[in-house]
Design a protein around this ligand. Structure first.
Ligand SMILES: *Cc1c(COP(=O)(O)O)cnc(C)c1O
Length: 459
């Protein structure tokens, strides 16, 4: 498969470049030049596959000659062997909708599904290329833990994770900071998540620095993550398709990565009707989709911190589609967002968005209420992110087969659970030990030179 950047549709890249670079040098995001659409018969033929075998089918065409089918097969089996569920994910009926639990990986959030695979892709790449790289990643809590678990102890790769100091939950922080592996470095930045993301962007943009340390990224714009995430849309489709009603997904959304993976699945031919962009009170995407104003506001802290984001990086991929795949128009839109903090989506584009997407927003109070009512009615504890996805179906009135992506285990956000239903959300038994472990991280100012210096001293 050939790839291009959303900001330059004439230069061609292969999967290896797309995976290792993460972001294109022109600042754009990588996307396939052409996407093959499966026929209905092909889609049906995947029905009986295990999660792992389905992943092999879906991912294989995207990676080209990066590795052989046999190596990919081994890597997928290995990546998903660390999950607590044999089938990786689990679909549970909760009232009139289904909840797709994506949090059975080592760090209790959906990000493990893609990240475990990426970790093994890196290992494979580094064994063959004989180089040493440094991964630098910003996290609002979950990406960091998932990336660390995937990279820890691997040869020829270090990982530096920047999280916003005092703005992640203690369990989220523990899952990042208790490891003893010499290739893992945690940095708490005196700032918020957008500051962390901005520091990583600045370091990538400094070509001298990023080349010197052989910097690589695993944030949610990495195409390899998107393709790995599209697999569970297919998998859950086969679990519910029997009753023939239209299938809709509600996706707790921050950086627009997970929901973009659903959109990708739809573009590949999976008969999804609507994808709901479920946001918390940081609702830039809800405002953009409901009235065309992609207008950047200040981030506020919520009890769903992994969605406390104002600039949704992956949205650029959708903008590219909305401009009829026009790289120049995409550049202009992205300039408006960067310089004016404002991008107007015209009616024609909004109509196009509405063929695939709906959106919703939930206040803090509504999130707590949703956790409470789901618990009281169904005896199921949703984490705040998943509750936002669940409640979205009450706001948008879609009949059909409605699937909510449950993106994190409730024990990652014990305070919210306690405030809502006065219950202690326990860790799974296998992870109980983490609360007693000693943590290791450095606190650094929101200053790119200081962070660069810190990294250089450690590689
Ligand atoms: C990362 C994350 C999200 C948001 O996913 P995006 O791909 O950034 O839209 C939602 N919920 C949880 C628990 C997360 O960790």
């Amino acid at each position: 498969m050939e790839y291009i950047s959303t900001r330059n549709s004439s230069k061609i890249f292969n999967f290896k470049e797309v995976f290792i670079k993460g972001l294109a040098e022109d600042g754009g995001l990588f996307i396939p030049k052409r996407l093959n659409k499966y026929t209905k018969a092909e889609i049906d033929s995947f029905k009986k596959l295990s999660y792992q075998d389905l992943a092999k089918k879906i991912i294989c065409p995207f990676i080209g000659d990066f590795m052989s089918e046999n190596d990919l097969s081994k890597i997928i089996d290995k990546s998903y062997s660390v999950f607590r569920e044999k089938n990786v994910v689990k679909l549970v009926k909760v009232g009139d909708r289904s909840v797709l639990e994506l949090f059975h990986g080592p760090t209790l959030a959906f990000k493990d599904v893609a990240m475990q695979l990426l970790g093994n892709f890196y290992e494979y790449y580094l064994n063959n290329e004989n180089e040493k790289i440094n991964i630098v990643v910003a996290t609002s809590g979950d990406t960091g833990a998932a990336a660390i678990d995937a990279i820890k102890g691997k040869k020829n790769v270090n990982i530096f994770v920047l999280h916003p100091h005092n703005r992640v939950s203690p369990v989220q922080r523990k899952l990042m900071t208790i490891g003893k592996d010499a290739n893992v470095f945690n940095i708490a930045i005196e700032g918020n998540f957008d500051d962390c993301q901005n520091l990583v962007k600045l370091m990538f943009a400094d070509k001298i620095f990023s080349n010197e340390i052989k910097m690589s990224g695993v944030n949610s714009i990495n195409w390899a993550r998107i393709i790995a995430q599209s697999v569970y849309y297919f998998y859950s489709y086969y679990l519910v398709e029997g009753d023939k009603r239209p299938i809709n997904f509600s996706v707790p959304t921050g950086n627009f990565g997970d929901i973009y993976a659903g959109y990708l699945a739809k573009k590949m031919g999976l008969p999804i009707d609507k994808l709901i962009v479920a946001t918390n009170q940081n609702d830039i995407l809800h405002r953009a989709i409901s009235n065309g104003n992609y207008e950047v506001e200040k981030v506020t802290e919520t009890i769903s911190p992994s969605m406390d984001i104002q600039i949704a990086s992956n949205f650029e991929r959708l903008i590219y589609d909305l401009t009829d795949e026009n790289d120049e128009k995409t550049i202009i839109a992205m300039q408006d967002i960067k310089e004016k903090g404002d991008y107007k989506i015209d009616q024609k584009k909004l109509d196009k968005i509405k063929l695939n997407f709906l959106s919703s927003r939930m206040s803090e109070e509504e999130v707590l209420k949703t956790i409470k009512s789901v618990y009281e009615k169904f005896d199921i504890v949703l984490d705040p992110h998943s509750a936002i996805g669940y409640g979205a179906f009450d706001k948008v009135n879609l009949s059909g087969n409605n699937i909510v992506l449950a993106t994190a285990h409730p024990c990652k956000f014990p305070e919210a659970i306690k405030n809502s239903i006065n219950l202690k959300a326990d860790l799974p038994d296998e992870l109980m030990f983490i609360m007693d472990e000693k943590e290791k991280y450095d606190i650094i100012d929101n200053n790119v030179d200081k962070v660069k210096q810190h990294i250089k001293e450690r590689i």
